[in-house]
Design a protein around this ligand. Structure first.
Ligand SMILES: Cc1cc2nc3c(=O)[nH]c(=O)nc-3n(C[C@H](O)[C@H](O)[C@H](O)COP(=O)(O)OP(=O)(O)OC[C@H]3O[C@@H](n4cnc5c(N)ncnc54)[C@H](O)[C@@H]3O)c2cc1C
Ligand code: FES
Length: 525
């Protein structure tokens, strides 16, 4: 890999230094640029991912796409477009000229504008309006994609939240740790909604859905008719009743407001009890430690995250937190709270300024149930993310969809999955009939360790560890009957991208092209 800075591409670089599929970082003028070779073609694109500045030169080139090593955003090498979340903004592109055995990066290319074709056969099939219920990951991604695809009729996002769509994963990480300012949290500026004519209705909870009349009603009575609807209502934290605890002592973390409250209270706290050893609970523990607050984690399992990542990773995570001073009370529950005293099932009494509960979430299914949509531990959708009611789609934490890799119906609570489902649902609302076939991906950040996880394993019979957890450099493969279901990596971001690509290829291989070549039919496993 080229060092930061790198060659001046304006002066030309020899092509024999760049193998097929390879890339190097250099400069054009004062700007960092990545030069990519694909066969006989060369592409020059911006070096930094617009999501969180990931170094694209450390990513993966796959066909005409470049994928970011940090959270797997995917960009077109030809246009720079952010094809798949979590990035939404395009990366810049430059013209590349080959002269003899050298390539030269020339001027920056204008951002291509997709041609809108009002009145086209395709646009005549578009719904008269789209209403999106939920201003979170899936909802915003869908609205953005509708406009990117040239949909020019009304788009309304209705959100119970009082904040415009924001970066939820950051709420338990840098924002709570005090290292990310407020300005980082909104996903889009107010101008974005105005320029794209997206009507963002905040602080408004939808109380009922009439699937036949294609109408929704807000709690305060206002109604909206829709041509197509996207349900993206996410999930709510599981509430844990504990005798003696008052509301002001108990905190859950789902919203920006929750995180702001926690950050304010943490500023004057000395000791906090975190209940649960979920990802969110552990990220909260790490962020509170970053603020110098003493943290006790109380959870019924024998190792943190054992059900999701197995005992080896669980032990490692526990050691990571203990090295930072976190005290675990595993195999225990909270039985009573009496002012500052938190009593555990084993009899220990902990002093705490407040408690944070991270014991899981449950999908927000009330609207779907009331409307009579098919619900089975999530809103059941087909491969196009359409619910049992035509014209009504669902995406994100609430959707249970046929996952082509595992072959089963799954419901997954990952940021990137929700955003990508929002994007695919938007295209399907416009009649594209695109299957949702992305391989699930998530990440967690605790102290200096970032774990990337690709695939989905609810149960497994073998865990292979390649490398060393202690050295924070490894990949952990979860297998069932010899088949890889999921891989978690630490400090091996490229490998994680490669696993994602291999899983996608396996999905493709299990699909067959019909003799006419016009339609794809899926073989049952
Ligand atoms: C603190 C935290 C950290 C996380 N970190 C990560 C991470 O590091 N990596 C990762 O992959 N995932 C992470 N997640 C999970 C990820 O944020 C979710 O999977 C994702 O937000 C789901 O997106 P969604 O669009 O389905 O729902 P949400 O983003 O929750 O959005 C749901 C929206 O629906 C609105 N709503 C609900 N009911 C109604 C109603 N009746 N009427 C109107 N509006 C309604 C809500 O107000 C909200 O705006 C984290 C979650 C939390 C809470
Ligand atoms: S920094 Fe590139 S996807 Fe997050």
């Amino acid at each position: 890999m080229e060092s930061l800075g790198g060659p001046d591409f304006g002066k030309g670089v020899p092509i024999d230094g760049l193998p097929d599929g390879g890339m190097i970082q250099g400069k054009v003028g004062g700007t960092d640029v990545v030069l990519v070779r694909r066969g006989g073609e060369f592409f020059a694109v911006g070096a930094s991912c617009p999501h969180y500045g990931g170094p694209l030169v450390q990513g993966l080139v796959l066909g005409d796409e470049l994928r970011c090593p940090l959270h797997h955003a995917c960009f077109s090498l030809r246009t720079g477009e952010a094809l798949r979340a979590p990035a939404f903004d395009a990366i810049p592109c430059w013209r590349v000229e080959r002269i003899g055995e050298n390539v030269f990066v020339r001027e920056q290319l204008p951002v291509p504008i997709r041609k809108q074709t009002p009145g086209s056969v395709e646009s005549q099939k578009h719904p008269a309006s789209v209403v999106i219920i939920g201003g979170g990951a899936a909802g915003l991604a869908a609205a953005d994609m509708l406009r990117r695809e040239g949909y020019d009729k009304p788009v309304t996002i209705i959100s119970a939240d009082d904040s415009a769509p924001y970066d939820r994963p950051n709420l338990s990480k840098d924002y709570l740790a005090g290292t990310a300012p407020d300005e980082w949290i909104p996903l889009r500026s107010p101008d974005f909604y105005a320029e794209r004519h997206i009507d963002l209705v905040l602080n408004s909870r939808v109380a009922s859905l009439d699937a036949k009349q294609k109408r929704i009603q807000l709690e305060h009575g206002k109604t909206y008719d829709f041509g197509a609807l996207l349900l993206a209502t996410g999930a709510d934290p599981v509430k844990l009743p504990v005798p003696g605890a008052s509301d002001s002592q108990f905190h859950y973390l789902r919203t920006f407001a929750d995180s702001r409250t926690l950050a304010q209270k943490a500023a004057s706290a000395t000791q906090v009890v975190v209940v649960g050893a979920s990802f969110i609970a552990l990220e909260v523990a790490a962020s509170l430690r970053a603020r110098g607050v003493a943290v006790h984690v109380v959870a019924p399992e024998q190792q943190p995250l054992v059900g999701v990542m197995g005992p080896e990773v669980g032990r490692f995570i526990r050691g990571l937190h203990e090295a930072q001073g976190v005290v675990f009370h595993l195999g225990e529950t909270v039985t009573r709270v009496d002012r500052r005293n938190t009593t555990l099932s084993g009899g220990v009494v902990l002093d705490a300024d407040f408690l944070v509960l991270g014991v899981g979430v449950q999908p927000s299914l009330a609207l779907a149930e009331q409307a009579g949509l098919r619900v089975d531990r999530g809103i059941v959708v087909d491969e196009y993310l359409e619910t049992s009611a035509p014209g009504i789609f669902a995406a994100g934490d609430i959707a249970r969809w046929p996952d082509p890799y595992s072959g089963g119906l799954v419901r997954i609570e990952h940021w990137v999955v929700a955003q990508r489902q929002g994007q695919v649902a938007a295209r399907n609302i416009l009649g594209r009939r695109e299957r949702f076939a992305a391989v699930p991906f998530f990440w967690t950040q605790q102290y200096d360790v970032s774990i990337k996880y690709v695939g989905h394993a609810e149960k497994w019979d073998a865990v292979d560890i390649n490398g060393s957890l202690e050295a924070k450099d490894c990949s952990v493969t979860y297998k069932l009957a010899g088949r890889t279901l999921a891989v978690a990596t630490i400090s091996r971001d490229l490998e994680n991208l490669q696993v994602e690509a291999a899983m996608e290829a396996s999905i493709q291989a299990r699909s067959t092209v019909s003799p006419a070549g016009s339609e794809i039919s899926r073989r049952t496993a």
